[in-house]
Design a protein. Sequence first.
Length: 79
Amino acid sequence: MTWRDYIHSDPKIAVGKPVVRGTRLAVDFLLELFANGWTQEQVLEEYPQLTAEALRAVVAFAAEVLHEDKVYATRRANG
């Protein structure tokens, strides 16, 4: 499996954001669900058009994008 089988970008869908093929579900939206504590099972239940493979592709896409870009550590500001 490669993320390219599941993730694509089309300027006519979600303003060109990467989405899961065949849906309007953007990669960043799905990652935000996981960041907010959703489980894979919850996401699949709420969005039955997705598959476990598509969710793995979302994570693989994010990993590759971050690997290719420079990411700098951020420091949390004290209140």
